[in-house]
Design a protein around this ligand. Structure first.
Ligand code: 5GP
Ligand code: ZN
Length: 113
């Protein structure tokens, strides 16, 4: 996916503030944070959205959910945090590479719109 923004970030072609990396997962700070802690966690291999998760690639997603608590702990999110993925047009997904937002560091609004 040569024209994918997050594939370019994973490849280091576009700079990012790395928070975590392993063979399958990359995490970095959101460029426009909506909370004191706002991190994006992505599979390194291109998956367009949550709607494209299959038996063939779901191990990458499982790995992401192993990594999320580790990141939360390192970021000091001891009072909780939110994990969000926007999927498709109605959810306003703006980058078509599956990503999970970790939001925390303050009391978040309970109205999800
Ligand atoms: P979405 O709306 O697709 O769920 O979220 C995309 C997120 O990617 C947004 O929160 C946006 O701020 C973030 N983002 C967009 N472009 C960049 C970028 O070049 N670098 C970083 N670090 N975040 C980005
Ligand atoms: Zn991609």
């Amino acid at each position: 996916m040569s024209d994918c923004l997050f594939c370019k970030i994973v490849a280091g072609q576009i700079p990012s503030t790395k928070v975590y990396e392993d063979e399958t997962v990359y995490a970095f700070r959101d460029i426009n944070p909506m909370a004191p802690v706002h991190i994006l966690v992505v599979p390194k291999r291109h998956i367009s959205s949550a709607d494209e998760v299959t038996a063939e690639n779901s191990a990458d997603i499982a790995r992401i959910f192993e990594v999320i608590p580790r990141i939360a702990k390192e970021e000091g999110l001891t009072n909780g945090y939110r994990v969000i993925t926007n999927c498709g047009a109605d959810a306003c997904q703006s980058v078509k590479h599956l990503h999970f937002h970790i939001l925390g560091g303050k009391q978040l609004p309970d109205n999800m719109g």
